[in-house]
Every structure is written in structure tokens, then in C-alpha cells.
Design a protein around this ligand. Structure first.
Ligand code: BG6
Length: 506
């Protein structure tokens, strides 16, 4: 008999080989390799787990081990244990590719993987992690298909894990999907949106659907508007090569912010199965409209900006155009804001304002549900002068938690009202430290658990929303400059001010 406590048994991935394309990139160094070490250290990978790195360097296996050790030590969340490391390192191999079109290298890769299957008992289970620029997808997928690495084998699984960008518009996202579809079945494709791996993002569905008190208010009768903010205080760092062809809207709105919107606005799923949750997310994404009251005016409902040179935290910082690797005539935005509506019974008429940007005042990601004013206030005007709107803030990061903002009486002999906050903080409530998003996502991909990975249909629907905005911007000159450490361009402020509203903290 299964005891309910058995549900808490750790989920351990099958023995398998993870082939990582892009192992020398920023993402692998900073996130993927430390996450793999942490998973191994938590005992969640099989002892046979093997990691094959693919790259242009002339490395042998030991050189790759040194490299992985350096970055795992630098980024791991859990303590360093030599026994964990030695076991992990024993399953590491490196295959030098002179380019992604190097046919011989795919043959060598096949040999290495087959050898691991035989020597480490990885049983033919393979995951290919593609953390490479999308331009290389045709060359890589075609050669993986030819190599026999993904040939069907009913006793083993073959999966592809893909990093964004999932295309640069709707048409290219469809092409990309078609390419990946040539090597594995749709259910074996795991598209990474690392926001879905964050505990606080997963917890949105818990807050909404495991409680009684929020859902009755979660609709156009009570909600005035919703603000979704992803602000970063950093610039683009060394990522110009990636970022300058992408910009803020493609980098984070197409994926992270629209996923947040979907989780906040969707209907209750029939269960927490991947198919049930995705079906609700798809419905709500399909209902998103750029029109305001039926009229499309993207100049009024979108805003974009680019950080100028200036000071942040008292330190002189470069403007976007001066960053190394940015084209001098670049028109890429580092800040983007949009006003969206959702055409359904629950949300008709409620604006959803989304904003994201680099070099803003501080690092914060949050969703604020801002409620309507009470229809009647039985107090003097002077008593209520200090109160704003009731707000539920889902604090995604840093300072993860939930805040409720409500009015309260100020102690004293007079009736004077002021806003107070009720706070729940993950850090103060739970002892366990949250795993990094990538730990959860890599583990889920190796387990074949799909709920935290967006389906191609969600990707497609997100591009449906963004394509007209990006086309409009492409035809309308350069983004407006904003000061580092500010909350973005003046235009973004106007976007809400025009409707008698204001961004939080701006
Ligand atoms: C990535 C973007 O998806 O998310 C980066 O490509 C951004 O530009 C990063 O800096 C932010 O992630 P997090 O987890 O720090 O909010």
C-alpha cells in the first residue's frame, strides 16, 4: 500500500547520457553546470549519469572536467563534496567539433555515447541539450538525425531540451519546431522557460487554486488592472552578441512575462497534468488582445527604451550603444512595456500592463493585482486621503513572497486611514531553501515530466501577440533613451498616466 508520505520520496532520474551543445557558453557555466552538480549532490541523478560536452575547444575529457569543476564550484548552491564530484566526473566526456557542420564529429559523438551506454549502463537513454544560437539548429538537428543517435528504441528514451529564443517571430518559431520534430516526437521536446522552474512562479497556481479567498475576487468585477514587472539593475554584460539581435520584448516578454500572465489569468485546470495546465494557458493566451476597447493604437499602448550612459548606485555605467559588441546604429530596445487586454468573461476591460528592462532602479520581478476602489466609503474625505487601492503582490524575486495591501485605521482618536501591508515571505516561513530553477528543469526533463515546459502552441500564441508590436517598432525609429537607475522611458509612464494609473514605485 502506498502511504501518502511515499509521495515525498525523491524523484531520481533514470540512468542516461546528457549531451550538451553549448557547454562553453554563459548559460552552461553559470546555471547548467552548477545545477547538474547540485542535483548529483542531492542524490537525484543516477550514479551512471553521464555528461558529454560538445564544443570547438581542443579539449580532452580531463580538460572538460577541470572546466566543469571550476564552474560547478563557483555556482553550486549545495556544499562541495569530493565523493559527489568524483562520481560525476567519471561520467564526463568531451567531443571536439571543428564546427556544428563537422560530420565526422557527429560520428565520434555517436561512438562516445554508445560506449557510455555499454560501460556505464546508461541504457540508451539520451537527452540533447541545445543551448546554441538558433541559426545553428538546421545544421545540428539534421546531423543528429543522420547520426543514428536518436533512432527510435522502444526500451530507451530520446529527448531534446531547447533553450530560448524559440525563433525570432511566429514564422521562425514554427520552422524551428518543425526542425526539432524531425529528430524526436513532440512529447520528447522540452522547451526551457526558466521562470517556470522558479518556486514562486509555480506557487501562483497554489495560491489561486488551493485557497478559497482569492479566486472569487480574481476577475473584472473587482480587479482594476494587473501589472507584471521584470526589472533588472544590470546591463547586458558580455551578451551583446545575443542581445543586440533580440531586445527586451523577445528576450523576456515573449516567454517569461507572457507565461506569468497566463498563470495569473488562466481558468482552473481540471488537474495539474501538463496537458490540463497547458490547455488553460493556451486558452488565455489565445484571448489576449493588443487593442484597447477594440482599437489598435500601438503608439499609445506600447513603449520601448534604451539605457543611456549614466550612474547606477553611484558608479558610472556605459550606455547600451557603448557596450562592447553592440552595433553603433543598433535600434534594439533594453526596455519594453505593453498594455494588453484579455477578451473573455473573467477579464474583459481589465488592462494587463507588462514591463521589462535592464539597468532599472532595482532588481525585482512581481505581479501586482490592483483592485478597484470600494463603491462607497463611509468616511470623511480627509480620513481616506492616505489610502490607495487594495493590491495583492506576488513577489517572484528577490524577497520571494506575497503581500496584501489593505487600508487600516491609524491608532489615535480620529478616524484616519492608511495603507498597511500583510506579508508572507518564503524565507521566513519555510526552512528549505528553494532549488534553483535549472535544477528543477533539468531534473524534470530527465524524468520526462512536462508540466513546467511550455508547449509549442504556447510559444506560437505568444508570438502571435508580439509580432505586430515588434513590426510596429521596426518601422518607427529608435527607442527612447532612459537614465540608468530609473524606471524606464517617460513614454512608459505616459502609457499608464493616459489611463489615470501609475506603475508601482515609479
Ligand atoms: C533570461 C534573459 O531569460 O533571464 C536575461 O535572457 C535575463 O536577459 C535573465 O537577465 C533573468 O533571469 P532571472 O532568473 O535572474 O530573473
Amino acid at each position: 500500500m502506498l502511504d501518502s508520505r511515499d509521495l515525498r520520496l525523491p524523484r531520481i532520474a533514470d540512468p542516461c547520457v546528457l549531451v550538451m551543445f553549448g557547454i562553453t557558453g554563459d548559460l552552461a557555466r553559470n546555471k547548467l553546470l552548477p545545477a547538474i552538480y547540485d542535483l548529483a549532490n542531492r542524490g537525484l541523478l543516477s550514479p551512471s549519469f553521464s555528461l558529454v560536452g560538445v564544443g570547438r575547444r581542443e579539449w580532452d575529457d580531463d580538460a572538460m572536467r577541470n572546466y566543469v569543476e571550476k564552474w560547478a564550484r563557483a555556482g553550486a548552491r549545495t556544499p562541495w563534496r569530493d565523493t559527489t564530484w568524483e562520481q560525476l566526473a567519471a561520467g564526463m566526456r568531451f567531443v571536439t567539433f571543428s564546427s556544428f557542420e563537422d560530420d565526422d564529429a557527429y560520428q565520434r559523438l555517436t561512438g562516445v555515447v554508445e560506449d557510455l551506454d555499454a560501460s556505464r549502463g546508461t541504457a540508451g537513454n539520451r537527452a540533447f541539450y541545445l543551448s546554441i544560437p538558433p541559426g545553428w539548429f538546421p545544421a545540428v538537428t539534421e546531423r543528429i538525425a543522420r547520426s543514428g543517435l536518436v533512432e527510435r528504441d522502444e526500451r530507451a528514451w530520446r529527448r531534446v531540451v531547447v533553450e530560448k529564443p524559440f525563433g525570432h517571430d511566429r514564422a521562425s518559431a514554427r520552422e524551428l519546431d518543425e526542425l526539432i520534430g524531425r529528430i524526436v516526437r513532440p512529447d520528447d521536446v522540452f522547451r526551457v522557460d526558466h521562470y517556470l522552474g522558479k518556486e514562486t512562479v509555480q506557487s501562483i497556481l497554489a495560491l489561486r487554486f488551493a485557497n478559497t479567498m482569492f479566486e472569487p475576487l480574481w476577475n473584472q468585477r473587482y480587479v482594476d488592472h494587473v501589472q507584471i514587472t521584470m526589472a533588472e539593475d544590470i546591463g547586458i554584460g558580455t551578451r551583446a552578441g545575443y542581445y543586440d539581435t533580440i531586445g527586451s520584448a523577445r528576450d523576456v516578454i515573449q516567454n517569461h512575462l507572457l507565461q506569468l500572465l497566463a498563470l495569473v489569468a488562466m481558468e482552473e485546470p481540471t488537474s495539474m497534468d501538463a496537458a490540463a495546465v497547458r490547455a488553460e494557458k493556451e486558452k488565455v493566451l489565445a484571448s489576449v488582445r493588443l487593442e484597447r476597447d477594440g482599437v489598435l493604437d500601438l503608439d499609445a499602448t506600447t513603449s520601448r527604451g534604451r539605457y543611456a550612459p549614466g550612474y547606477q548606485g553611484g558608479i558610472a555605467v556605459k550606455g547600451y550603444l557603448e557596450e562592447d559588441g553592440v552595433a553603433p546604429d543598433s535600434r534594439t530596445e533594453t526596455f519594453a512595456a505593453l498594455r494588453l487586454e484579455i477578451a473573455n468573461r473573467r477579464w474583459a476591460g481589465v488592462p494587463f500592463y507588462l514591463r521589462a528592462g535592464k539597468r532599472l532602479a532595482r532588481r525585482v520581478t512581481e505581479v501586482a493585482i490592483v483592485f478597484r476602489q470600494p463603491p462607497f466609503l463611509p468616511f470623511d474625505d480627509a480620513a481616506t486621503a492616505g489610502i490607495g487601492a487594495n493590491t495583492i503582490v506576488l513577489r517572484i524575486q528577490p524577497d520571494e513572497g506575497v503581500t496584501l495591501r489593505v487600508a487600516s485605521k491609524v491608532p489615535g482618536t480620529q478616524m484616519e486611514l492608511r495603507d498597511v501591508t500583510m506579508d508572507f515571505g518564503y524565507g521566513a516561513t519555510f526552512n528549505e531553501e528553494s532549488p534553483e530553477a535549472y535544477e528543477r528543469l533539468i531534473l524534470d526533463a530527465l524524468l520526462g515530466d512536462a508540466p513546467l515546459f511550455p508547449h509549442q502552441r504556447e510559444v506560437d500564441l505568444s508570438w502571435r501577440i508580439l509580432d505586430p508590436v515588434i513590426e510596429h517598432w521596426a518601422a518607427s525609429g529608435s527607442p527612447e533613451d532612459y537614465r540608468p537607475g530609473s524606471w524606464g522611458p517617460g513614454d512608459a509612464h505616459d502609457l499608464l498616466a493616459r489611463e489615470g494609473r501609475a506603475w508601482r514605485r515609479s
